[in-house]
Design a protein around this ligand. Structure first.
Ligand code: GUN
Length: 299
C-alpha cells in the first residue's frame, strides 16, 4: 500500500482561514482583538525562526501582537516581573515564552509564572491538570495539531489502538492525555512507549498500532517492519541532518518515511506534516483565551 500524505500545511491553511473569519467577527461584534506576546530570551537561531513565524501568523490573522526580545543575561526575577506585566495587561490574552531558556533560568519557575488563563502553550501545571481531568480550554499546540490531522485525514480514533512513542512534557505525555479523553476525536486505547521500554517490546507495541504517533527525537527511528499494514503514522520528529545545497537545514522525521509509507495508509511528511499545524494551534488557543477573557466562553 502506498500511503496517502497528510498535508499539514493544507489543513493548517484551512484552519487559519476559519480563525481569520472568527477574529473579524470578534472585532465587529465584541470589539475584541486577540492579543499575543511572544517572549524570546537570547538569540538562538532556531528559536528566532519559530517566534518570527508565530508573529507573522498572528499579524496575518489580525491579532494585536508583540514580539518581546530579551537579552540572554536577563535575570530570572526580571523575566518573572515581565510576565507579571503581561499577566496584568488586558490587551494581552496569550503569553508564550519560547523554550529553551538559558541555563541560569529555571524554566519551570517561568512557566509557573504565566497566568494559566493566558498560557496558550498549555504547559502550566494547572493546564496540564485540566487536560488530564478533561476540563480544559487549551491543548498543547503540537499534540493538538496531531489530533486534528488524525481526525481530519484518518477519521475518529475512537476504539483504535494508539501507540505514542516518546513521553516528553511537550508532546508524548499530553498526546496520551488527549487521546484518552472521552470525546469525539479521541476515546482511543492508548499505549506510551519510551526510552525505558526494551527494544523488543517497543517493536511489539508499535506493530499493534492502528495509529502510531512518533516523537522520539531520533532520525529515521521507526522501521517498516515495526508497523502493521494500513497504519496511520504521525511523525512529530524534526531532526536536522545536514544542509541542503541552498544552505537550508535538511530535515528528517523520526520515521523511515520511504519504507514505512509503503505499508501505511496515511503518513505525515517531514517537513510539511505536523510542523505547520503547531503555530496554527497556538493561534486557535489565543483566540480561545481572548474569548474566555471576554466571558464569551467558560471552562
Ligand atoms: N520550543 C519548542 N517547542 C516549543 C513550544 O511549543 N512552545 C514554546 N514556548 N517553546 C517551544
Amino acid at each position: 500500500m502506498a500511503a496517502k500524505l497528510i498535508k499539514g500545511a493544507e489543513v493548517a491553511a484551512q484552519i487559519r482561514e476559519e480563525l481569520k473569519k472568527e477574529v473579524e467577527e470578534l472585532k465587529a461584534k465584541h470589539n475584541l482583538v486577540p492579543g499575543l506576546v511572544t517572549i524570546l530570551v537570547g538569540q538562538d537561531p532556531g528559536s528566532i525562526s519559530y517566534v518570527t513565524a508565530k508573529q507573522k501568523t498572528s499579524h496575518e490573522l489580525g491579532f494585536y501582537s508583540i514580539q518581546d526580545n530579551q537579552e540572554p543575561d536577563i535575570t530570572e526575577a526580571a523575566l518573572l516581573a515581565l510576565l507579571d506585566k503581561y499577566n496584568k495587561d488586558p490587551k494581552i490574552h496569550g503569553i508564550l515564552v519560547q523554550l529553551p531558556l538559558p541555563k541560569h533560568i529555571d524554566s519551570n519557575k517561568v512557566l509557573y509564572g504565566i497566568n494559566p488563563d493566558k498560557d496558550v502553550d498549555a504547559f502550566h501545571p494547572v493546564n496540564v491538570g485540566r487536560i488530564l481531568i478533561g476540563n480544559y480550554a487549551f491543548l498543547p499546540c503540537t499534540p493538538a495539531g496531531c489530533q486534528e490531522l488524525i481526525y481530519r485525514a484518518y477519521g475518529d480514533p475512537k476504539g483504535k489502538e494508539v501507540v505514542v512513542v516518546g513521553r516528553s512534557n511537550i508532546v508524548g505525555k499530553p498526546m496520551v492525555a488527549i487521546m484518552l479523553q472521552k470525546r469525539v476525536g479521541a476515546n482511543a486505547t492508548v499505549t506510551c512507549v519510551h526510552t525505558g521500554t526494551p527494544k523488543d517490546k517497543m517493536i511489539e507495541h508499535c506493530r499493534r498500532a492502528d495509529i502510531l504517533i512518533v516523537a522520539a527525537g531520533v532520525p529515521n527511528y521507526i522501521q517498516a517492519d515495526w508497523v502493521k499494514e494500513g497504519v496511520c503514522v504521525i511523525d512529530v520528529g524534526v531532526n536536522r541532518i545536514g544542509m541542503t545545497e541552498s544552505g537550508k537545514a535538511k530535515l528528517a522525521g523520526d520515521v523511515d518515511f520511504a519504507a514505512v509509507s509503503e505499508k501505511a495508509s496515511f503518513i505525515t511528511p517531514v517537513p510539511g506534516g505536523v510542523g505547520p499545524m503547531t503555530i496554527t494551534m497556538l493561534m486557535k488557543n489565543t483566540v480561545m483565551a481572548a474569548k474566555m477573557a471576554a466571558g464569551l466562553v467558560k471552562l
